[in-house]
Design a protein around this ligand. Sequence first.
Ligand code: 4AD
Ligand code: MG
Length: 434
Amino acid sequence: MSVFDDIHRTHYTDQVQETLIGQVVSIAGWIEDIRDIGKVAFLTIRDIRGAAQVVLSANTLSVAKDKPRQSAIIVSGVVQHSKSKDFPLEIKAEKVNIVTEAIHPLPIDPTGRVESAIDKRLDSRALDLRNPKTSSIFLLRSAVLDNIRTTLRSKAFVEVNTPKIIGSASEGGANLFGFEYFKKQAYLAQSPQLYKEQLILALDRVFEIGVYFRAENSHTVRHLTEFLSVDIEAAFINYEDAMDLAEEVIRNTFNVNKIIDRTDGDVLHDRLQLPTPRFPIDRLTYEQCIEGLWKEGEKLEFGEDLSDASLRKLGEIHKGFYFIKDWPLKLKPFYIHEKLDNLELSQSFDLQYGYLELISGGQRHHDPVKLRKRLIDQGLNPMNFDRHLRVFGWGMPPHSGWGLGFDRLMMVLTHSDNIRETVLYPRDTERLIP
Ligand code: 4AD
Ligand code: MG
């Protein structure tokens, strides 16, 4: 590749190193800054991996001089030492190509010097991503997804994809988005729950990284109507085994070295400050949590769901990760198996980080007769599940699994207090665009 090829770079900015001094390189990105000091000007060019300083003079200065910030640019020139305090090296431009000029005023300042509220940033998300603080969230997100895939693949899980347009509810009746589908009633999938259970019948262990849709009229910093989940399901494991798997996946995502390996070069090295939670993760029972809350003066009955206020209180008592297991059966969906030594309780768990629920999981019913009864107990019509129940007659093994709210995990990893920071184009009750 020639360095004078007009649209190719030879190096990303972070690859311009000592060993290249005296050589001609070409970099490509966006003009972040121009400081014109008369006969020369200093240009800061940013690309996804960092920034570089370019020195302009004579011809190259006249090409770039008054060009608007954030214009797309390709520069080739010789690498040399720099006197600047921000850049040890710089590129003395020989050729400058302003490919497209940015149109001002821009809706937000992507350098972050002028801060904008999250809503304004989301309205101009593509530009917001030029801010390294924002882009690093999504570089990390990509690396973490890769890391989770590696962990699960190493444990014999098969990655699957199940339909998101479905004919009946997967998690019970509430929170479903319905729409007309060629004169039939259809829904957007709330989760891959029923499909993943069916698939372990032959594939043994499956996982899906896919979107959930929930018509949740929640206006909070942790609820969206469309969000990403990592779902797993495995045959011949119980809910303690499922917790072990969750713990291993989580532990690997907090291992900075494993994550760095999965990004190109050292881009995230300087930007990353992952939290350092304690492992192994405590496994508390629902009962222990309730007793803890009683001691703190919280008024709630055994068997009640944990309200937002109770969860906030629990999060103060237990910092970082903890499991809440053995929930009252009536609080859990129809597919969750009761405990064998206490029929009021279930073989279920949630993984919490402070007040935030990250995972729900458990052991499932594998006996179709019991499953049918549970549907009826929960006021659901088994007729609507006949295609699902039929599968259980084909030799359904005992099985367990979980669903991880991936965007919420990213909140924890990036210290974000709003889930919208970790999703490129979030969807909530108010937001449908961009
Ligand atoms: O707790 P949920 O509803 O569990 C299930 O859907 C089960 N089928 C999983 C299983 O295998 N048993 O959802 C799973 C996770 C939650 O723990 C939470 O982290 C996340 O999905 N989640 C949301 N994330 C963002 N916005 C919302 N509205 C969410 N609702 C749930
Ligand atoms: Mg849940």
